[in-house]
Design a protein around this ligand. Structure first.
Ligand code: NAD
Length: 478
């Protein structure tokens, strides 16, 4: 793979790629070997004020544009993303770690979001209410205003697009603050947006000290909407900041997805779906299958076969073609996951494979299976956000549901059964924003993606994803 990581990184404010100047910088590290890829300049509060002022002007112009014209621009952005995916994907791998094929999938998935919202914005209809002759009451949808969007490092391109595309489609301006760990792919996405025709004061990109940027942007009266994807504690913190200005929020927070495997499932097919999905992106996925509750009659077979397939995974640098799982995205993750695994083992869990950090350089953690994990183990309540599958047996449907629903999280849940009635009851009983039955495919551009309970609120994707960037107004006329 011949791709070169850029030596100069920058952010984009009011149409200008801001030079480093004497700004503070932060190194961007390659998680496969710990080497520094480049230095990232961090925005000052003065930079943020310039972005805010530009965003206010950009919003006025962009919202006045016809939805069809905005849609044409967004389709162009999608085309550029697809055209440039081959160049962008290796950069994403270098800074985040995932295999290039997965990085390509992110680019193509992001393009699909722009195509979908380019069309969906045309259907943001209001309604006319029945009123006496000579009077009218109408309900209209309008863009909420300038948006501040904070996206995380696990899908650094796709999750930024998941906020950019609907916000722009709705007629909002947006200031994106993607993670500082993975800036190059965010920069490339922003270049596609600008080259596609979105004005530089409508879509802007900043990097900085996360808390400084979020506190400053959220406090500004110009910002009317906050969208965040990340951890529950940071989500709660941002919600408190947003409360001061009574600002709308979309919160896509953590999960701890249960997987209920019933003894009537097609076991081979189920394993064929679950093992690759568990270790996709090294398990750093908010909807990653995490707590495997397996009916007792097939439990031992499931653990053995899951372990064998896990041992066969090829772990390495994501730039190498054969790699199926790359390193973790940053230095703090292997240690955090290792501590959770150690705690589980001390409390009686069996480590059937993996369980430790490996490789001298780089942030690798071996794909890990823990069997017979007791409920007291921290990992059964704290999101591991890594390549660890925890397993425990269950006897009855009711016990399985009780286990699935016992945490404050409610993002994704999965169940595997060939019994249609049981499948229907599972869909009703599981407390989760998304349920996959005999599938892990729970994310699609036209379907709402989001959690309940402490996993957050406000769906992304689908018509609900557009609605999140609009306000509803009733106009009564006599
Ligand atoms: P963290 O809680 O420090 O940060 C989570 C994310 O929020 C990061 O992207 C970070 O850049 C951002 N962030 C942190 N403080 C912020 C602030 N004050 N304002 C704005 N953004 C801020 O955790 P971490 O070590 O980066 O990630 C580990 C945990 O984060 C995982 O255990 C997982 O629960 C969660 N996470 C969830 C998702 C998701 O898709 N829901 C994605 C990434 C991380």
């Amino acid at each position: 793979m011949a791709a070169e990581y850029p030596t100069e990184l920058s952010f984009q404010i009011d149409g200008e790629w801001v030079p480093r100047g004497n700004r503070d910088t932060q190194p961007v590290l390659n998680p496969a070997n710990g080497e520094t890829l480049a230095e990232l300049p961090l925005a000052t509060t003065g930079d943020l004020d310039t972005a805010l002022a530009a965003s206010e002007i950009g919003f006025r112009e962009w919202k006045a544009m016809d939805a069809n014209a905005r849609g044409a621009i967004l389709h162009k952005v999608a085309d550029l993303l697809r055209e440039r995916a081959g160049d962008i994907a290796p950069l994403l791998t270098m800074e985040q770690g995932k295999p290039v094929a997965e990085a390509m999938g992110e680019c193509v998935g992001a393009a699909a979001l722009f195509d979908y919202f380019a069309e969906e914005a045309k259907r943001a209809h209001g309604r006319v209410l029945v009123r006496p002759t000579g009077t009218r009451s109408i309900v209209v949808k309008q863009p909420v205003g300038p948006v501040a969007a904070f996206s995380p490092w696990n899908f650094p391109l796709f999750l930024m697009a998941r906020k950019l595309a609907p916000a722009l489609a709705a007629g909002c301006s947006i200031i994106c603050k993607p993670p500082e760990e993975t800036p190059a792919c965010a920069i490339e996405l922003m270049k596609c947006v600008i080259d596609g025709g979105v004005p530089g004061n409508v879509a802007q990109l900043v990097f900085g000290v996360p808390d400084t940027v979020s506190t400053h942007l959220i406090a500004s009266p110009i910002i009317r909407k906050i969208s965040f994807t990340g951890s529950v504690p940071v989500g709660k913190h941002l919600m408190k900041l947003a409360a001061d200005g009574v600002k709308r929020t979309t919160m896509e927070l953590g999960g701890h997805a249960p997987v209920l495997v019933f003894d009537d499932c097609d076991l081979d097919k189920t394993l064929g779906i679950l093992v690759p999905q568990k270790f996709r992106n090294a398990g750093q996925v908010c909807v990653s299958p995490t707590r495997f509750y397996v009916q007792s009659g097939i439990y031992d077979r499931f653990v053995d076969e899951f372990t064998k397939r896990t041992e066969a995974l090829i772990v390495g640098n994501g730039l190498e073609d054969a790699t199926q799982m790359g390193p973790l995205a940053n230095e703090r993750r292997p240690e955090a996951i290792g501590a959770l695994v150690k705690d589980a083992a001390a409390k009686g869990a069996r480590v059937t494979t993996g369980g430790d950090i490996f490789a001298q350089n780089g942030y690798f953690f071996r794909p890990t299976v823990l069997a017979d994990v007791p409920i007291e183990a921290q990992i059964m309540s704290n999101e591991p956000f890594g390549p660890v599958a925890m397993m425990a047996p269950f006897e009855s449907f009711d016990k399985a549901i009780e286990s699935a629903n016992r945490l404050p999280y409610g993002l994704a849940a999965f169940a595997f059964t060939e019994n249609g009635r049981r499948a229907m009851l599972l869909g009703d009983a599981i407390e989760s924003g998304m349920v996959g039955i005999n599938t892990v495919g729970i994310s699609a551009v036209d379907s709402p993606f989001g959690g309940i309970k402490e996993s957050g609120f406000g769906s992304e994707d689908g018509p609900e994803g557009l609605e999140a960037y609009m306000v509803t107004k009733a106009v009564h006329q006599a």
